[in-house]
Design a binder for this molecule. Structure first.
Ligand SMILES: [Zn+2]
Length: 363
């Protein structure tokens, strides 16, 4: 009885999915697991997709030099045929599994039911940062998922998806998969630096203008910048007003309205100045703060902080810079508006520049 039970346990198959963006080390991880099985004297069968010929005919082809013999196959049918001759294999490895289409899901299920350990590696998302089928299906029926991360080629943070570049520029969403006469390459990128371009919406840029206190001179700064660009670009201004004592009923749909207003303005203008009156942490609607709203437009915006040029503003400025940097918004510069009060020493302003690594301007 006991012996039979053991046999049952031993015969239980499993599915392991290794996924992530390009350059995240999926093939290396697959090879590592297969090699360990080989050391344990288990029979392994490895498949790679026939269209993937990066590293010669027979090896799997991680970006590192470690390789392992694999059958290059073009379809699940071919894999099945090879399995017929290798039905005693205990471990099956499939690299670039996303190329095998929906059928590979049933293939994996079948051999797991036969008691095999199936390990697959594949891209979880396309260059458009959309799920790459059949990875979602494989991940959900698997026993174990390991999502690996490459490093963003721009900033060095953990990468989120593969950036497709055509002639060095981010690809458009609808660019064909084969671009004749163009040079194409891929880079791992984080959420902030992964860019998918869309042809139809030509969008403007947002310049958020925030102040360290009320009546600090945000309007003056905005007028200054808009005058600078008015000759060559179209712009408009939106003011976000926050007030804690606002009547709750009036606030309903304030966020949706604001979003619509901003999106429409972005379609019609090259620049949209958004002046923030009140604090960044004050709510627009419910618990949704001005800062949350700004994060929605992270990729299309930059932030200018306006402060009075007076003694004792240092701490307020640093707090605000810290807040904005923590949510990874693009801080462009600090503007000091000269006030009638005693002015801050030039050395202190230079010191703030060193700490924040931000350009500044005194007006
Ligand atoms: Zn990045």
């Amino acid at each position: 009885m006991k012996g039979n039970e053991m046999e049952q346990v031993n015969r239980l198959g499993s599915l392991e999915v290794v996924t992530g963006s390009m350059f995240s080390g999926k093939s290396e991880e697959l090879i590592r697991r297969l090699r360990r099985a080989k050391y344990a004297k288990q029979k392994i069968v490895v498949f790679k997709h026939g269209i993937d010929n990066r590293y010669g005919e027979d090896g799997i082809f991680s970006h590192g030099k470690d390789s392992l013999e694999a059958y290059p196959v073009a379809s699940v049918e071919e894999m099945d045929k090879i399995m017929e001759k290798n039905i005693d294999a205990e471990v099956i490895g499939i690299d670039e599994v996303q190329f095998f289409g929906q059928e590979v899901v049933n293939f994996c299920k079948k051999y797991v039911e036969y008691g095999k350990r199936v390990i697959v590696a594949g891209l979880d998302m396309s260059f458009r940062a959309e799920p790459y089928h059949p990875m979602p299906e494989l991940m959900s029926i698997s026993d174990q998922v390991d999502k690996l991360h490459a490093i963003c080629m721009v900033c060095g943070k953990p990468a989120y998806a593969s950036q497709r570049l055509i002639d060095g520029k981010p690809a458009y969403y609808d660019d064909p998969l084969v671009m004749v006469g163009a040079t194409e390459n891929y880079e791992a990128r984080c959420r902030r630096h992964h860019i998918v371009r869309y042809r139809e919406n030509k969008r403007g840029k947002i310049c958020f203008i925030a102040g360290t206190e009320i009546n600090v001179g945000k309007k003056i700064v905005e007028d200054m910048y808009s005058k600078e660009i008015s000759e060559k670009a179209k712009y408009t201004t939106i003011v976000i007003k926050t007030n804690i004592s606002d009547n709750a009923e009036e606030k309903i749909d304030k966020l949706a309205e604001l979003r619509e207003k901003v999106n429409k303005s972005l379609l019609k203008n090259d620049f949209v100045f958004i002046r923030i009156t009140g604090g960044l942490l004050l709510p627009i609607e419910g618990n949704y703060s001005v800062l949350d709203f700004m994060c929605e437009y992270r990729k299309d915006s930059e932030v200018i902080i306006v402060s009075k040029n007076k003694k004792g503003s240092l701490n307020q400025i640093l707090l605000m810079v810290d807040l904005i940097k923590k949510v990874d918004l693009n801080l462009k510069k600090l503007v000091y508006k000269n006030s009638s009060e005693e002015k801050e020493n030039k050395e202190v302003i230079e010191r703030i520049k060193e700490i924040t690594k931000l350009k500044y301007e005194i007006i």
